[in-house]
Design a protein around this ligand. Structure first.
Ligand code: NAD
Ligand code: GLY
Length: 357
């Protein structure tokens, strides 16, 4: 089992990564000073797959466990589901030393983290991420939240978990499309931070796509190390952490314009990463050969790499200006100088964007 530490002073925590490690959760929870009442938050699908093993381990460790099942899907990451969670926690009389355990993908993790950040002014929570995206990205770093009718992730808080437990065996049951969407975020870490990780994915791509656990555990571990390092340096995204948004300025606009129905997040980000690499090339920031490598890897992994003709370019540009990353009417782009190194650019001329799209 691998152990990666997210260094944040008295809010530091471990990320444990291994194969078939769900059953250690109860023992791990005993090492904290939680009160005996805990709550497990999951959805029906994930609970039906992994709920028993996790619940039994927690109960065996001596805790009283409330299970809260929320509906599956991004459309339920909202205030109504949050209200339902609060009701259940209050009825079960969870106290200020209780903890929540999130078992599921990014939707379950984000809403559980936000419930934890606000219940009785803030209680502890543990992440057990079960999608690749949640294992390499959303469970680490303490961004929690829900969607609002007027925008995704618009209501939230920075609230770090006490522990992240990643069982890579859970990926066995994940749909291929969801797996690939998570892989897009791993490719992102290669481009923004670590050319060796990028090369590793290039060399091992067939094995990774075939769920070979040797390269898979490595890329998950390396992604978590990179995210841990970035978050430790800039928890609240005042600077460096923004590089995690490579591909996201255009990617988020694609998700918004296509109303979150056509693409999974990782798919939209894949198109965004390709276009933002092309933007870097148009601005003479990067070499065409680097752009080619990024696009080829994304394409090989079965991810989308260009913007379909039927998507309205004017809507994409307008949507980028409405995103929460745009400040004072200026767009922020994370652009690769070369694989493994990016820079942040504002002041991109509108003409260049039009040319790009
Ligand atoms: P998700 O949570 O919707 O999970 C995708 C699907 O996979 C769901 O149907 C889920 O039930 C199912 N599933 C989960 N684990 C499974 C397993 N092991 N086997 C079979 N099916 C399984 O989607 P996601 O991609 O994990 O997360 C997306 C969410 O994460 C979005 O809301 C996004 O805003 C958020 N996010 C947050 C951060 C952050 O830093 N907090 C970062 C990136 C994304
Ligand atoms: N997923 C981007 C971040 O955590 O900052």
């Amino acid at each position: 089992m691998e152990n990666i530490r997210v260094e944040l002073g008295d809010r530091s925590y471990d990320i444990l990564i291994g194969n078939s490690i769900l059953e250690i959760i109860g023992e791990k929870l005993k090492t904290f000073n939680f009160s005996p009442k805990l709550a497990l938050i999951s959805n029906e699908l994930v609970f039906s797959l992994y709920g028993d093993i996790v619940s039994e381990s927690i109960k065996k460790a001596g805790f009283d466990l409330l299970t809260v099942i929320i509906p599956d899907g991004e459309e339920y990451k909202n205030i109504e589901t949050l209200q339902y969670i609060y009701n259940e926690l209050l009825k079960y009389k969870l106290d200020r030393k209780s903890a929540l355990v999130a078992l599921g993908g990014g939707v379950v993790g984000d809403i559980t983290g936000f419930a934890a950040s606000t219940y009785m002014r803030g209680i502890s929570y543990i992440q057990i991420p079960t999608t690749l995206l949640a294992q390499v990205d959303s469970s680490v770093g303490g961004k929690t939240g829900i969607d609002h009718k007027l925008g995704k992730n618009m209501i939230g808080a920075f609230w770090q978990p006490k522990l992240v437990l990643i069982d890579t065996k859970t990926l066995n049951t994940l749909e291929k499309r969801q797996f690939l969407a998570g892989l897009a975020e791993v490719i992102k870490y290669g481009v923004i931070w670590d050319s060796e990780l990028f090369q590793f994915i290039e060399v091992n791509k067939e094995k990774i796509l075939g769920l070979d656990y040797n390269p898979l555990n490595y890329i998950i571990k390396r992604s978590c190390q990179i995210k841990a390092e970035i978050v430790s340096k800039d928890e609240r995204e005042t600077g460096l952490r923004a590089i995690l948004n490579y591909g996201h300025t255009i990617g988020h606009a694609i998700e918004t314009v296509t109303k979150y129905t056509r693409y999974l997040h990782g798919e939209a980000i894949s198109i965004g990463m390709c276009l933002e690499a092309e933007l870097a090339q148009l601005l003479n920031i990067t070499e065409p050969s680097e752009v080619k490598k990024i696009k080829e890897l994304i394409q090989f992994c079965g991810l989308p790499y260009c913007l379909p003709e039927d998507i309205d370019r004017t809507e994409i540009i307008s949507s980028m200006y409405l995103d929460k990353k745009a400040i004072a009417g200026k767009l922020k782009f994370v652009l690769p100088e070369k694989i493994g190194k990016v820079r942040i650019e504002r002041n991109i001329p509108g003409e260049i964007l039009k040319k790009l799209l």
